[in-house]
Write a protein that binds this ligand. Structure first.
Ligand code: NAD
Length: 236
C-alpha cells in the first residue's frame, strides 16, 4: 500500500485565529524571535521567554480546529497505516479535532507540555502558566522546567522521524508552511506525487517541483486535496 506524508505549518492554523510567523514581518505576536524563541533565551531572557509561551498557551484554550484540521483527522482515521501527519505547529488543534497523541508528530514541540531541563521528563499542563504547575519545578527531580518547544538553533530530535517518513512515502502534502525552516522543495523531489497549499508563493519554495499547487486558504483547498489523496491511495 502507498504511503502519504502530510506536513503542515502555521498557515493551517491561521484560520483558527493563531498568527503565522513570517507574515507578521518576522515578528511573532509582536515579539522578536531572537528574544524569545532562540536557543539560549531561557538563560539570557528567561522571564520574557516563559511569559511569551505562557501567553501562547493560555491563548490556545479557546481556539478551535478549522475545517482543514477536521478533514485531515478524518483521513488519518480512514487510512491509519497509509497516512502520517507531521506538523511544525506547536498548537493542539489537531488534538482538538480528535487525533490521538500517537497519531501525530509535533516536530517543533507542543505548547501544552513542559519538559524538565535536567531529567527531560515531560508533563501535560493543558493551558495553565508554567509557574502554576508545581511552582515551576520538576515533580520528579526538582529541576527547572521549560516549555517543550524546539527553539530556533536547538536540535529537533523528531526530525529523525521526518527523515524516516520521507524515505518511505510516495506522496507528500505540504500545507501552510513558508519553507523557511524545512526544505519542502527538496522533500517534493523525493516523492512521486506532491501537493503544495499556501496562501501565496514563498521565496523559500520552488513550486515547479510540486505536482499540484494550490494558492488558497487551507479551508478552501482541503476538500480537493483530500480527494486527490484518496484517489492516490485507492489507485496505488
Ligand atoms: P510561516 O509563518 O513561516 O509560513 C506560513 C505559511 O502559511 C505561508 O507560506 C503562508 O502563505 C501560508 N498561509 C497563511 N495562511 C494560510 C491559510 N489560511 N491557508 C493556507 N496557507 C496559509 O510558518 P511555518 O513555515 O510553519 O514556520 C514558522 C515556525 O514557527 C514553525 O517552526 C512553527 O513551529 C512556528 N509557529 C507555529 C504556530 C502554531 O503552532 N500554530 C504559529 C506560528 C509559528
Amino acid at each position: 500500500m502507498a504511503k502519504v506524508l502530510i506536513l503542515s505549518g502555521a498557515g493551517l492554523s491561521a484560520e483558527s485565529g493563531i498568527s503565522t510567523f513570517r507574515e507578521a514581518d518576522g515578528l511573532w505576536e509582536k515579539h522578536r524571535v531572537e528574544d524569545v524563541c532562540s536557543a539560549g533565551c531561557l538563560d539570557t531572557n528567561g522571564e520574557a521567554t516563559r511569559a511569551f509561551y505562557d501567553a501562547r498557551r493560555t491563548d490556545l484554550k479557546d481556539k478551535k480546529p478549522n475545517h482543514a484540521h477536521k478533514v485531515l483527522v478524518e483521513l488519518k482515521q480512514k487510512y491509519p497505516q497509509e497516512i502520517s501527519i507531521l506538523t511544525q505547529n506547536i498548537d493542539d488543534l489537531f488534538e482538538k479535532a480528535g487525533i490521538k497523541p500517537q497519531e501525530i508528530v509535533h516536530l517543533h514541540g507542543f505548547l501544552p507540555q513542559l519538559r524538565c531541563r535536567e531529567c527531560e521528563e515531560i508533563y501535560e499542563i493543558a493551558y495553565v502558566k508554567q509557574a502554576e504547575f508545581n511552582h515551576g519545578a520538576c515533580p520528579k527531580c526538582f529541576g527547572e522546567l521549560r516549555p517543550n518547544i524546539v527553539f530556533f538553533g536547538e536540535s529537533a530530535p523528531l526530525y529523525e522521524k521526518l527523515t524516516s517518513e520521507l524515505n518511505e512515502c510516495d506522496m507528500i502534502v505540504v500545507i501552510g508552511t513558508s519553507g523557511n525552516v524545512l526544505d519542502v522543495t527538496y522533500f517534493a523531489q523525493l516523492c512521486d506525487y506532491s501537493i503544495l497549499n499556501n496562501l501565496e508563493p514563498s521565496s523559500a519554495i520552488d513550486d515547479k517541483y510540486f505536482t499540484k499547487v494550490y494558492y488558497a486558504k487551507a479551508t478552501e483547498a482541503i476538500d480537493t486535496i483530500a480527494e486527490l489523496i484518496e484517489e492516490f491511495l485507492e489507485n496505488a
